[in-house]
Design a protein around this ligand. Structure first.
Ligand SMILES: NC(=O)c1ccc[n+]([C@@H]2O[C@H](COP(=O)([O-])OP(=O)(O)OC[C@H]3O[C@@H](n4cnc5c(N)ncnc54)[C@H](OP(=O)(O)O)[C@@H]3O)[C@@H](O)[C@H]2O)c1
Length: 267
């Protein structure tokens, strides 16, 4: 029997490519978007309306979902967006909105679907975190905080769901080319003390986005987890991620020094 997979944020980037690949590989795929009518005509899989930042939308989505399918094998929590800006210059309101989608939205949707997984006594929950859930960088404090929060939450959940044969994993990509830069919210600030650093960090971030590789390794990692019998918890993906994590663990001062040197050299 075909496995049924739900993937949030399937209108663009990692979500779209993963959904397409899974559909081509013979899985039953349901994707989501805040505006499915904008994309559905061009897609070979069903797209349902879902805004994970809106609890009412999550509730009505889950009712619609189980009219479409009668079992769910895999939930891929992929929907999310990026807030950039220096920490002190980002308003708490913008920071809260970042958490409302990336953290609370992901948690609430997962909670909504857990009763079905528990009843089935099987399932996989794969959440797209970020390497910024494991390390942090300047200009992305709230994004990194929201992804760190996901790491802590799902690590606990994995241990609680083990008894029900529900497997929980995180995918932690570094920077890849998707639409994330265009859909991001940039907090603007005018604290004079930061003028030089703000300019440099924005030049550094621009280069990072421009030089980011294509997203295939992330899609392949998600597929690998789906096909694995006993997936691990953590799957960092991207060039240099193992090196970064090793540096964080054993030589954090070197990691900090390298980051600051690169940012300061950016033009
Ligand atoms: N690209 C990277 O370098 C990178 C690195 C690490 C982690 N990530 C993570 O990967 C995930 C996918 O991002 P991407 O890079 O593929 O970006 P993307 O191309 O901008 O795609 C984001 C997807 O999330 C959906 N989305 C955004 N806000 C939503 C909300 N409130 N409710 C429901 N859906 C929402 C969007 O759908 P609609 O606009 O149609 O609703 C879209 O399909 C995110 O969690 C991101 O944090 C990305």
């Amino acid at each position: 029997m075909k496995q049924t997979i739900l993937i949030t944020g399937a209108s663009s980037g990692f979500g779209l490519l993963t959904a397409q690949k899974l559909h081509e590989s013979g899985f039953q795929v349901i994707g989501t978007s805040r505006n499915p009518e904008k994309y559905q005509a061009k897609l070979p899989f069903k797209l349902l309306a879902l805004d994970i930042a809106d609890y009412n939308s999550i509730a009505s989505f889950s009712k619609k979902l189980f009219r479409e399918i009668n079992k769910l094998d895999v939930l891929i929590n992929n929907a999310g967006y990026l807030v950039t800006g220096l920490a002190e210059e980002t308003t708490i309101e913008i920071g809260k909105q970042q958490f409302e989608t990336n953290f609370w939205g992901t948690v609430k949707l997962t909670n909504e679907l857990l009763p079905y997984f528990r009843k089935q006594k099987q399932g996989k929950i794969i959440t797209v975190g970020s390497i910024l859930g494991l390390i942090s960088l300047p200009n992305v404090a709230y994004y990194a905080a929201s992804k760190h929060a996901l790491e802590g939450y799902f690590k606990a959940l994995r241990l609680e769901l083990n008894q029900f044969n529900i497997q929980v994993s995180m995918v932690e990509p570094s920077s890849f080319k998707t639409n994330i830069g265009n859909s991001s919210t940039a907090a603007t600030g005018d604290i004079k003390d930061y003028d030089v650093f703000r300019k440099k960090i924005s030049a550094y971030s621009k280069t990072q986005f421009e030089n980011a590789p294509g997203p295939e390794p992330v899609i392949n990692t998600v597929l690998k987890i789906i096909n694995e019998k006993a997936p691990k918890y953590s799957y960092p993906v991207g060039k240099g991620t193992s090196m970064l994590l090793t540096m964080q663990r054993f030589a954090y001062n070197v990691l900090e020094g390298t980051v600051l040197k690169r940012v300061n050299a950016a033009k």
